[in-house]
Write a protein that binds this ligand. Structure first.
Ligand code: GLN
Length: 322
């Protein structure tokens, strides 16, 4: 069997297994949708989608893959890539390190010794990174963020204005973090504007298919599998994957790396995106969350796929690389 046919067989097999997993895990109803942002509680908790996109662009789409939801914390990974691309590693590392915290994503904490946020996937680091988005006004900077998403998605995304307003009116903790960053001289004094931008980036609407495309782009060394556009450089993609593996799943990151072993990022909207370097992106959407803020079904899907296909990055015998 030639290599192309082998690849096709593998994608078919993957599709079949995803279908089976999707069918079985629909019965899993543990967890609750996020409610700390009131508008997020207004979701149908039963929604469930799995999507994969291989680095050659081939998709597998299951369940509610066309349903749009807010990207939430997954946006932190994309903004991190943008900051690295625009300002370089040194500038970025001055604001946020790469140390997993083991603490909740919204912990009010800084790395006091190094005078920076612990990592870019917790809110303190993410807000410090969002502050790096260039532009002279909110509108200009929002345009930079939306243009970034456009390169990943292949189309301009919409923002869920109701979720954004809800984040704005209840985001006191993020505001506290923003002002702590200002007090410490880590960010400049346009704190409110940067917070508005952060609330907006969290409220960007995506489908599970979009999310898999984002994953496939990062897994493909930063090149979009369908448009062929380079979204980030290969070294930036590598840094994004590393931070996703060590810090992407909130305070569950260590267990995730141990049991699933796929660089991934989750959001409280119920999305999780995983990247298999050189192979593709996997995305799951299901709004019921566990105590860490990760999608319950999402975790199970990744656990099962990782086991079935030996997808852990440290598995020696991945079928993808015969
Ligand atoms: N907008 C959310 C917040 O900052 C994002 C959190 C998340 O997905 N963990 O609270």
């Amino acid at each position: 069997m030639d290599e192309v046919r082998a690849q096709e067989r593998l994608v078919e097999w993957f599709g079949d297994v995803c279908q089976d997993v999707h069918g079985r895990l629909a019965a899993l109803t543990d967890g609750e949708p996020a409610s700390y942002i009131p508008e997020l509680a207004n979701v149908d908790p039963d929604r469930f989608a799995i999507a994969t996109v291989a680095v050659n662009g081939q998709p597998t789409l299951l369940g509610d893959h066309e349903h749009r939801f807010t990207i939430q914390s997954i946006s932190k990974l994309l903004l991190y890539g943008l900051a690295l691309e625009t300002h370089g590693r040194d500038q970025v590392l001055r604001r946020a390190g790469v140390a997993p915290t083991g603490d909740p994503f919204n912990a009010i904490e800084l790395d006091d010794a190094l005078h920076r946020a612990p990592n870019p996937m917790v809110n303190s680091g993410a807000i410090a990174i969002t502050d790096m988005v260039d532009g002279d006004s909110f509108e200009e900077r929002a345009d930079v963020v939306l243009a970034l998403f456009e390169r990943y998605l292949g189309h301009r995304p919409d923002v869920d204005d109701a979720v954004c307003a809800s984040e704005y009116s209840t985001g006191h903790r993020n505001r506290a973090i923003g002002y702590l960053l200002l007090d410490q001289g880590i960010i400049g004094d346009r704190v409110e504007e940067t917070l508005d931008l952060y609330f907006m980036q969290c409220s960007i609407l995506i489908t599970t298919a979009d999310l898999a495309m984002i994953g496939a782009t990062i897994a493909n060394n930063g090149v979009h599998p369908v448009t062929g556009e380079r979204v980030v450089g290969p070294k930036v993609a590598r840094d994004m994957l590393t931070v996703a593996l060590t810090c992407g799943m909130y305070d569950y990151a260590g267990e995730w790396a141990y049991t699933v072993g796929i660089p991934a990022k989750s959001g409280v909207g119920g999305g999780i995106v995983g990247m298999i370097p050189g192979v593709g992106g996997i995305a799951v959407f299901s709004p019921r969350l566990d105590e860490h803020g990760n999608s319950v079904r999402g975790i199970r899907v990744f656990e099962e796929l990782s086991q079935e296909f030996d997808l852990h990055v440290f598995d020696a015998d991945q079928p993808w690389n015969p």
